[in-house]
Design a protein. Structure first.
Length: 240
């Protein structure tokens, strides 16, 4: 068994590798319109088949078929990053226009002052922290004031909902990472194959998005792995 373990081409847990791969495969699907220009074989069919391979590997070799719903939640972190940042930026602009001198204090209470600069650099951990700060700072009274100025309340509710989605995804990821099942040689070969393909996608996609850092971040394998631990840590702290 020792020799089999040494054949792994990655240095993280099997389930972490697969969850990170699923996240990147999901990102590929979401950006397929652009990325298909880089690779003619990156089609809808290819992307769907890749996600299915990862799902089947998790179910067959890790015995997590009963947790498919939870597994799917693990990709939410990356999938909501851009819309969350867009909504936060849009609301920030409206607050600055509507509240003039009061805007700075309002934005500070909502976490903008502390986290926005790091969030704009594509740091997902900072985004999670900011969303929790936003939810905590958005009192009913403040919400009424902002809405009274003309901001659509749906925008505020949507931003608040992002924090809940992240919390659910992070708890799901952490529960899956507890797997310690010893795998067969066949499983290791399948996992290595998935890992090699995902790393290849990351190299090409990150090069394609060289001058678009927010999109490039979504195709950095080590970042996908790191976000699992960072996101879980923040979600735990937020519930204390």
């Amino acid at each position: 068994m020792t020799s089999i373990m040494k054949t792994r081409q990655y240095k993280v847990k099997d389930v972490e590798m697969l969850l990170a791969s699923k996240t990147i495969a999901t990102n590929l699907t979401e950006h397929l319109d652009e990325l298909s220009m880089a690779r003619s074989n990156w089609t809808d069919k290819y992307a769907a088949a890749l996600e299915m391979r990862i799902d089947e590997a998790i179910e067959k070799y890790l015995g997590l078929d009963k947790k498919k719903t939870l597994r799917d939640a693990s990709s939410r972190l990356s999938s909501i990053q851009n819309p969350a940042m867009r909504d936060l930026s849009f609301l920030k602009t409206q607050i600055e226009v509507d509240f003039d001198e009061e805007a700075k204090e309002i934005l500070k209470n909502l976490g903008f002052e502390k986290h926005l600069r790091t969030v704009q650099k594509g740091n997902q951990e900072a985004l999670i922290q900011m969303l929790y700060a936003f939810r905590k700072g958005m009192s009913d009274n403040l919400k009424k004031q902002i809405v009274a100025k003309g901001t659509n309340p749906a925008l505020i509710e949507r931003i608040i909902s992002y924090a809940d989605q992240l919390k659910e995804a992070n708890v799901s990821q952490e529960s899956l990472k507890e797997s310690t099942k010893i795998l067969s040689e066949e499983a290791v070969l399948v996992f290595n194959s998935i890992y090699e393909e995902i790393v290849g996608i990351c190299k090409i996609a990150s090069s394609f998005y060289l001058y678009e850092p927010l999109k490039k971040e979504q195709f950095v394998f080590s970042k996908a792995i790191a976000n699992m631990g960072a996101a879980h840590k923040v979600s735990v702290e937020a519930t204390v």
